[in-house]
Design a protein around this ligand. Structure first.
Ligand code: BTN
Length: 312
C-alpha cells in the first residue's frame, strides 16, 4: 500500500494500468488497494474515466534514507503508523537501543500532547518526531532543556520562511496566537544521575483542515507559507538545528541561551494568567531566569515559576 501511495504522492493522474504495471499486480488489485488507502488512511482519491486516479492533493512522504544521509548527528527510523513516537522511543530504550536516536512516523494513532492531551496526527500531513537523549551530566544538563528544544524548532520554522512565529513559555510555538508546533519532554530514570529524555516534537506542516477537534486555535506551515512542505527536508533541518542547539546547551549551559530565548518569546511584557496546579496567578511576564523558570511580576513582586500553563 505504501508503494502505491509513493506512486500517487505527486497528486497527478495515474492510470490503473500504469499503477498495476509498476506494482506488478492486476488492475483490480490496484482498485482494491486504492479503496484500502482511502478507508484506512482517510485519503480521498479521485477517479476520472480515461485519466485514472489521483489524490485530492499532493503528499510529501518521509524518506528515511535521506534523513540518514543528512549530517544529522543521530540515526533516524521512519515508521508508517504508530501509537506515539514518544511511546515507541520508550519501548526501544527498554529493548536496549542506545540514545541518541530518532523515530518519526507518517501518522500517530495515540499522539500525546502536554497535560495528557491528545495530539492530532493525520497521515503524512505533519511532522511527528521523537528524539531519545541520554543525560549523564546530572540536573545541570536538564536545566532549560525543553526551552532549548523550542529554540531549535523556532529556527527550523523560520528557516522555512514562517514569519511572525515565536515561543510561548515554556515551549509552545505560535503564529498570531495559533499553535503551529508543540513539544513534549518525557523523562525515564533518575534525573540526578543517568536518565533518558524523550524529546517529542509535533510540527503542523501541511494540515489545512483537521478532521478532528484540535481543541485550541492552530495553524500550519502550509497555511503560513504557500506550497507543500517537503516533510523530509523539514525533518532533516530539524535534526540539524536540534544537534546545534544541544551542543551549545551542553557546552555553554542554558544561561548562554537565555537572552536568545527571551528575544523569541512572544509574551514578554504581556499580562498573563498562569495555571500552576490548583492556582491561577495573574502577572506581567518579565522573562525567564537562568534555569528557564518564568519570571512574573505579581502585585509588584517578582516571582519565578518552574511549571504551568500560560494564557492571555
Ligand atoms: C503539546 O501538547 O504541545 C506537545 C505536543 C507534542 C506532540 C509530539 S508529536 C511527536 C511526539 N509523539 C507524541 O506522542 N507526542 C509528541
Amino acid at each position: 500500500m505504501l508503494t502505491l501511495l509513493k506512486l500517487l504522492q505527486d497528486g497527478r493522474f495515474h492510470s490503473g494500468q500504469s499503477l498495476g504495471a509498476a506494482l506488478g499486480v492486476s488492475r483490480s488489485a490496484v482498485w482494491k488497494q486504492l479503496q484500502q488507502l482511502e478507508a484506512e488512511l482517510n485519503l480521498p482519491i479521485y477517479k476520472v474515466r480515461g485519466r485514472g486516479y489521483r489524490l485530492q492533493r499532493p503528499l510529501s512522504l518521509l524518506d528515511q534514507e535521506s534523513l540518514n544521509r543528512s549530517d544529522c548527528p543521530w540515526p533516524s527510523v521512519v515508521l508508517d503508523s504508530i501509537d506515539s513516537t514518544n511511546a515507541e522511543v520508550m519501548r526501544r530504550i527498554s529493548a536496549g537501543y542506545i540514545p541518541p536516536f530518532a523515530v518519526a512516523a507518517e501518522r500517530q494513532t495515540a499522539g500525546r500532547g502536554r497535560r495528557g492531551r491528545h495530539w492530532v496526527s493525520p497521515y503524512a500531513e505533519n511532522l511527528y518526531y521523537s528524539l531519545a537523549l541520554r543525560i549523564d551530566g546530572g540536573a545541570r544538563q536538564l536545566e532549560g532543556l525543553s526551552l532549548v528544544i523550542g529554540l531549535a524548532v523556532l529556527a527550523t520554522l523560520r528557516s522555512f520562511g514562517v514569519t511572525g512565529v515565536g515561543l510561548k513559555w515554556p515551549n509552545d510555538l505560535l503564529v498570531n496566537n495559533r499553535k503551529i508546533a508543540g513539544i513534549l519532554l518525557e523523562l525515564v530514570g533518575d534525573p540526578a544521575d543517568i536518565c533518558n529524555v524523550i524529546v517529542g516534537i509535533g510540527i503542523n506542516a501541511n494540515m489545512l483542515v483537521a478532521n478532528e477537534d484540535i481543541g485550541q486555535p492552530w495553524t500550519s506551515m502550509a497555511a503560513e507559507v504557500p506550497g507543500l512542505v517537503d516533510r523530509t527536508a523539514l525533518a532533516v533541518r530539524l535534526g540539524q538545528y536540534l544537534g546545534d542547539y544541544l551542543v551549545r546547551h551542553r557546552d555553554e549551559g542554558f544561561p548562554a541561551l537565555r537572552a536568545e530565548w527571551e528575544a523569541g518569546h512572544l509574551w514578554q511584557g504581556a499580562r498573563v494568567n498562569l495555571i500552576a496546579g490548583a492556582q491561577t496567578i495573574t502577572g506581567i511576564v518579565l522573562g525567564i531566569d537562568s534555569t528557564g523558570a518564568l519570571r512574573l511580576s505579581v502585585c509588584g513582586e517578582e516571582r519565578a515559576y518552574s511549571g504551568g500553563e500560560l494564557s492571555l
